[in-house]
Design a protein around this ligand. Structure first.
Ligand code: THU
Length: 161
């Protein structure tokens, strides 16, 4: 039996086509890149969460000379939200980046790493509500997903334990 996993997402050439609250969220993610500590990769990532109470919580990647001790922007933001506003649901996450290493980076839309996808899934399961995801490039192209869980098909989760 052959099965398939697929999901829908939207691609925008211009972020001004996003709804206003998501544009604001993306702007917050861009601001957060300025607070990144990335002396090793020079890859500065910002994540911003829109909470159901209207608050925006920001996070940025924080690296370490012992590389595995570094943490991604998305998980900084998720942990901050859970610590400051426990039980408040997350409606959306915006992710942005810039790199000081090279001005010639390809126009890649940044998508979260595997560990961050796992963390997003945990929160989604915990709050029993989808989290929208806005992924961005440096040139203004945007991907919008309605559900962060789409990023981790056939996932391991609490239901496996
Ligand atoms: N990084 C993030 O913060 N988020 C991502 O989605 C991808 C990667 C960070 C980790 C590390 O500090 C740097 O970017 C290069 O991998």
């Amino acid at each position: 039996m052959n099965l398939q996993v697929s999901f829908d997402y939207q691609l925008f050439d211009n972020e001004l086509d996003l709804e206003a609250s998501l544009q604001t969220l993306l702007a917050a993610a861009r601001e957060a890149t300025m607070l990144s500590y990335a002396p090793y990769s020079h890859f500065h990532v910002g994540a911003a969460l829109l909470l159901s109470n209207g608050q925006i919580v920001k996070g940025s990647n924080q690296e370490n000379a012992s590389f595995p001790a570094g943490i991604c922007a998305e998980r900084v933001a998720l942990s901050t939200a859970s610590s400051l506003y426990p039980g408040v649901k997350i409606a959306a996450i915006g992710i942005a980046y810039h790199s000081s290493a090279s001005a010639d980076l390809p126009d890649n839309i940044l998508s979260p790493c595997g560990i961050c996808r796992q963390s997003l899934l945990e929160v989604t399961d915990r709050q029993q509500e989808k989290i929208k995801v806005i992924l961005s490039s440096t040139s203004g192209k945007i991907i919008l997903l309605e559900n962060a869980a789409y990023l981790l098909p056939l996932a391991f989760s609490a239901s496996n334990l």
